[in-house]
Design a protein around this ligand. Structure first.
Ligand SMILES: Nc1ncnc2c1ncn2[C@@H]1O[C@H](COP(=O)(O)OP(=O)(O)OP(=O)(O)O)[C@@H](O)[C@H]1O
Ligand SMILES: [Mg+2]
Length: 246
């Protein structure tokens, strides 16, 4: 399939913030993801990565600032409505229907996104092939390894035909080689289908070669955003990740 960059083309967040009982989990963050690119959102534990993803997906509403899809303000829109607008997410825990087969899991997600039965089955088949899950398609999801359950959760999100895909640590629990492989296949899929991907990940080596740009958070605030090579050399990033000044 050729890339389709029909409107909408940019998902963004503007000076957005949210606090919990005085804790500023996200404190004035602005970022944007274009269709076809992978933006890596990185930072240490508790830096606000999942909360940022929750703001973009509609799981949380911003206390201040806005979430936009091109010129449309999504800030008050429910998660369900955002899914219909093409903004789809996965969870840090990797959620699937454990009793259904891998194929059924993906098919149900495609049906839930409004595809007809034939189209849903076709979408499930091609997504499973692209993510290397063909050999487990007919197994119940709860018989898979943790890594492949996560990959199934990603296949479910992709089969919903997103324009923007928000992934919370999709490669958690996998080694660096597996993580890079998984993210590379997501990147290929994103380019081919014109999907904008926001990828939350805390492992710097994994995001270095796989993301087009990186956005670094610390204590709910932006440290730097830019190309991976530039970000890696930033003194503040070095201090956060390696505990020393460059
Ligand atoms: N529902 C909540 N209630 C209270 N505090 C919260 C809530 N969700 C997040 N926080 C706090 O907000 C901050 C950011 O949390 P968040 O989960 O976004 O971090 P993260 O970068 O995803 O971390 P991790 O790498 O551990 O997944 C943390 O201090 C966290 O304790
Ligand atoms: Mg998190």
């Amino acid at each position: 399939m050729t890339a389709n960059f029909d409107s909408p083309s940019v998902l963004s967040m503007h000076d957005a913030g949210v606090h919990f009982d005085g804790v500023k989990a996200v404190d004035g963050v602005s970022l944007s993801v274009s269709r076809g690119e992978v933006l890596g959102l990185i930072g240490p534990n508790g830096s606000g990565k999942t909360t940022t993803l929750n703001l973009l997906s509609g799981m949380l509403r911003p206390t201040v600032g806005a979430v936009m899809l091109d010129d449309s303000d999504l800030s008050r829109l429910s998660m369900r409505k955002r899914v219909h607008a093409g903004v789809v997410r996965t969870y840090q825990s990797g959620r699937v229907f454990e009793r259904l087969t891998v194929f059924e899991n993906v098919e149900v997600a495609a049906l839930g996104a409004g595809l007809r039965r034939g189209a849903a089955r076709a979408a499930a088949r091609s997504t499973l092939t692209q993510l290397g899950l063909d050999d487990v398609a007919d197994l119940p999801a709860d018989s898979l390894t943790a890594g492949r359950i996560r990959t199934t959760a990603i296949a479910r999100a992709l089969a919903a035909q997103p324009r923007f895909l928000l992934l919370d640590e999709p490669a958690a629990g996998q080694n660096e080689t597996e993580a890079v492989q998984l993210i590379e296949s997501i990147r290929g899929f994103a380019r081919e289908h014109g999907i904008g991907v926001l990828l939350v990940e805390h492992d710097m080596p994994v995001v270095m070669g796989t993301c087009d740009r990186l956005h670094v958070l610390d204590s709910g605030r932006t440290v730097i955003e830019g190309e991976p090579q530039r970000v890696r050399k930033d003194p503040q990033v070095i201090e956060i990740y390696f505990g020393k000044r460059a």
